[in-house]
Design a protein around this ligand. Structure first.
Ligand SMILES: C[S@@+](CC[C@H](N)C(=O)[O-])C[C@H]1O[C@@H](n2cnc3c(N)ncnc32)[C@H](O)[C@@H]1O
Length: 294
């Protein structure tokens, strides 16, 4: 049987980062939450957890994202491992928005770090963060509440969200695709295409595929089961295959990339965006974004 080698993170980085992290404070935070009760507020019976996700220990955490440990440790660690700086990299995605979004969907939103920045940049927009992990959503909601931001958090699979056709002007995903097999990334892009209005924009922020291919060791920093598959692929090509046009990737500090695509005006089954007034309770609006929610 093959024995897993310790990652670069486990061997060298983790001991250093542990010195910088207030582990007692994190434990106190974790203990202050009744996780199962909080998660139950988000869990949806119609969400089927895919096996590529439940079978892996992302970042070496047993149980991966379906644990409160993942939700509590994600931000303290991420701040040190997205060079040159997490905020700069996430801001590059916000700066790449070319539409005036009335509705934004952030897929694989995790603890909501990018989602919060999108809401801050586009305060008039209805913003929804969607993730497979209710634990991550509990953390995301807590952050949004503390920041006074009105964001809807939804348990769901980005491959099949259950949200209505042509209901978003902007669909984003940050740091998601290096954690999904290629066919799942493609399915997520096809779903994004369906969800966008014509002229709507998709933005994918993630590791730089060229750099990951050149610097093989970067793929061994964390336990990332699908990162080699991600590095070998092309987000540009997948976007094209999903039907997007004006597909462009830009490097973000060499180690990250942002890929943008636009849903072309001439497509089959074009449906126009239905404007609704902005209100705090989205579901009461009869908004098309919630048209087929249970
Ligand atoms: C590395 S984290 C990125 C989180 C966040 N977007 C960020 O930028 O920090 C990947 C997230 O994607 C979620 N995820 C993975 N596959 C997903 C899927 N098919 N649908 C929805 N969320 C998914 C995981 O639960 C996790 O929260």
């Amino acid at each position: 049987m093959a024995v897993r080698q310790d990652t670069i993170w486990e061997r060298f980085l983790s001991p250093v980062v542990r010195l910088l992290i207030d582990e007692d404070g994190l434990q106190r935070y974790a203990d202050s939450i009744n996780w199962e009760e909080e998660c139950d507020r988000f869990r949806r019976d119609d969400v089927i957890i895919p096996s590529y996700y439940s079978s892996q220990n992302f970042h070496g955490i047993t149980g991966g994202y379906l644990t409160y440990g993942a939700a509590v440790t994600y931000d303290p660690i991420t701040q040190y491992v997205v060079p040159p700086n997490e905020i700069i990299v996430r801001q590059a995605l916000v700066d790449a928005v070319k539409v005036k979004p009335r509705r934004i969907l952030d897929l694989g939103c995790g603890t909501g770090s990018t989602t919060l920045m999108l809401k801050q940049a586009f305060p008039q927009a209805e913003v929804i963060g969607l993730d497979l992990s209710p634990y991550m959503l509990v953390r995301a909601e807590d952050k949004a509440k503390k920041a006074g931001l009105d964001i809807v958090w939804r348990h769901g699979n980005a491959e099949k969200t259950g949200l209505g056709d042509a209901t978003f002007d902007l669909v984003t995903a940050s740091l998601l695709f290096h954690e999904t097999p290629n066919e799942v990334s493609l399915a997520i892009l096809r779903e994004s295409f369906r969800l966008l209005v014509t002229g709507g924009q998709v933005l994918i922020l993630d590791g730089n595929q060229k750099t990951l291919r050149q610097l093989e060791w970067l793929n061994d920093v964390f336990e990332e089961p699908y990162i080699r598959e991600y590095a070998a692929g092309s987000v540009d090509a997948n976007m094209g295959a999903a039907g997007f046009e004006a597909v462009r990737s830009q490097d973000v500090w060499w180690i990250n990339q942002i890929t943008s695509g636009v849903k072309p005006i001439i497509t089959e089954n074009v449906r126009q965006y239905t404007a609704t007034s902005i209100d705090n309770n989205l579901e009461e609006l009869g908004s098309p974004a919630f048209g087929i929610m249970a």
